[in-house]
Write a protein that binds this ligand. Structure first.
Ligand SMILES: Nc1ncnc2c1ncn2[C@@H]1O[C@H](COP(=O)(O)OP(=O)(O)OP(=O)(O)O)[C@@H](O)[C@H]1O
Ligand SMILES: [Mg+2]
Length: 480
């Protein structure tokens, strides 16, 4: 009974140990997974940051990397196997020759200077043999850096001849010197390097490099032609966004790129058609209303004069003015071509106009002033902002700034400004704030709507904010 209890207790303890070990292992595995995923994240982030961003460079990489890897593997295998093997065969053959010469030297009596042996070696085996008077080998020379030949030849001599030897594969580059210690002399053999060593394999590597350079050049040329239509499509889309015409753009290149280009052209045509439709309709409506107004005027003229008639006449005049302005708005500036325009000069003109109307004005411009815009439309946009500022304030400050992406023009004034919550609403057509409405020379409320329309058709926008001068700051930003 007690024995059974003790056994059960031991079992329980063992199970407890096992469970503890398992939970420790699980914790370690979780920890390892976390560390691994952290490192994987870092590696992918690093890869992303060093990888080229352009399609051209990426495609080139996709071609070059496999090619380099493949060639490296092939070259490595070749060097390792083929080269070693051929060198071994060659070394072995030369060593055999030397062994034969040694046998002949030992077996047959030789003349004083072993002329016959030397002649046979020279004529039949292509080896220059000498017998040196000393009996000692020189100390071993320095091992060459690339010691494959040295190794193979040494091994072969050790295996086939088994006598003390000394070799010099570095010294004179086209000749290899081998000395073998015999009983009474040292036999010196000069062999041609090409006979012991596979020196032609370099040609293989050179051929490999040359063909890959040729392949790469062809790939680069072809790729450039494939990428160009994509770049053109991107340029055309960008130009359309900025309200410019992409000259000479038509679908080219691979089928997929062609399809994208054709779809883009179709979309562009549809957008242009719908804008035109809207404009024509609005112009038609305005025109019809104008006809009715003219009829009103004629009928009023027939009614004769009187205070009520005068009031109605004034209202009709105002309505006619609004219609006129609306017609101009709806007509827009369609048809005007983009052209490089000197923005600094344009701002200067606006400043002079403002001063002519008796306001204080200043102008400043930073950066390269030439920007491609539709000149009349862009001037109208800025003029609307400046005329607003001039209407509500005494001092107007115009600043232009151009960097590599944007042209920014700000118009500051020291007038009453526009309350924060109204700054989006004033862009709506015909919306005027109350102060403006009380003024006699109040406009139609289309100025800001037109200005924003023009800025957006250039791919930019207008925003309103607080001016350091105390009034309103209107900022126009268009891409260059
Ligand atoms: N610089 C400004 N300071 C204060 N209020 C302004 C300023 N600019 C515009 N506003 C307000 O925004 C309203 C809309 O301006 P918008 O230019 O669209 O119309 P408008 O100037 O009244 O008429 P239009 O420009 O067609 O002659 C103005 O009526 C005015 O109340
Ligand atoms: Mg205005």
């Amino acid at each position: 009974m007690t024995g059974f209890d003790a056994g059960a207790g031991r079992l329980r303890t063992a199970a407890g140990h096992l469970a503890a070990a398992a939970s420790a292992t699980a914790a370690a595995a979780v920890q390892t997974a976390r560390v691994l995923s952290h490192w994987w994240d870092r590696v992918t982030r690093w890869l992303k940051s060093v990888m080229p961003k352009g399609l051209y460079a990426r495609s080139l990489l996709i071609i070059i990397v496999p090619m380099v890897v493949l060639q490296s593997v092939v070259a490595f295998l070749f060097m390792d196997r083929q080269w070693n093997l051929v060198t071994r065969y060659l070394s072995s053959a030369v060593t055999q020759d030397i062994a034969t010469l040694i046998d002949v030297y030992r077996t047959y009596p030789q003349g004083a200077d072993r002329t016959q042996l030397r002649r046979i070696a020279q004529d039949r085996l292509g080896l220059v043999v000498d017998f040196l008077p000393e009996t000692q080998l020189p100390p071993p020379g320095p091992k060459p850096f690339f010691s494959q030949l040295d190794q193979t030849l040494s091994e072969e001599i050790r295996k086939q001849i088994g006598l003390p030897f000394w070799i010099d594969t570095v010294g004179r580059s086209s000749i290899v010197e081998i000395r073998i210690k015999l009983a009474d002399t040292v036999m010196r053999v000069f062999a041609r390097r090409a006979d012991v060593y596979d020196s032609n394999s370099w040609m293989f590597l050179i051929w490999m490099v040359v063909t890959s350079v040729v392949l790469l050049t062809v790939a680069i040329l072809f790729l450039r032609n494939q990428i160009r239509p994509i770049v053109r499509l991107a340029d055309a889309a960008e130009a359309f966004g900025k309200g410019r015409e992409a000259l000479n753009f038509r679908p080219r290149g691979a089928t997929e790129v062609r399809r994208a280009a054709a779809a883009f052209l179709e979309m562009k045509a549809r957008i242009e058609r719908s804008i035109e439709q809207r404009t024509t309709m609005l112009a038609g409506v305005s025109h019809d209303l104008r006809t009715v107004l003219t009829r009103f005027k004629l009928e009023l003229a027939l009614l004769g004069d009187g205070p009520e008639v005068d009031a109605i006449k004034r209202d009709i005049d105002e309505m006619a003015g609004m219609l006129e302005a609306y017609l101009a708005f709806a007509r827009g500036d369609t048809g005007e071509q983009s052209a490089p325009t000197d923005i600094a000069a344009l701002l200067e003109e606006l400043k002079l106009d403002t001063e002519r109307h008796g306001h204080r004005a200043s102008v400043a411009f930073h950066g390269q002033p030439e920007v491609t815009v539709r000149p009349a439309a862009f001037k109208r946009c800025l003029a609307n902002l400046v005329s607003n500022a001039a209407r509500f304030a005494n001092t107007v400050a115009i600043t232009g700034h151009r960097d590599h992406r944007w042209l920014t023009v700000t118009v500051d004034d020291d007038g009453p400004g526009i309350p924060q919550q109204m700054r989006e609403d004033v862009f709506k057509p015909f919306l005027r704030l109350d102060d403006a409405r009380n003024q006699d020379e109040g406009g139609t409320g289309l100025g800001l709507a037109i200005a924003r329309d023009i800025a957006r058709s250039h791919g930019g926008d207008i925003t309103l904010g607080d001016s350091p001068l105390g009034g309103l700051r209107a900022t126009v930003r268009v891409p260059v």
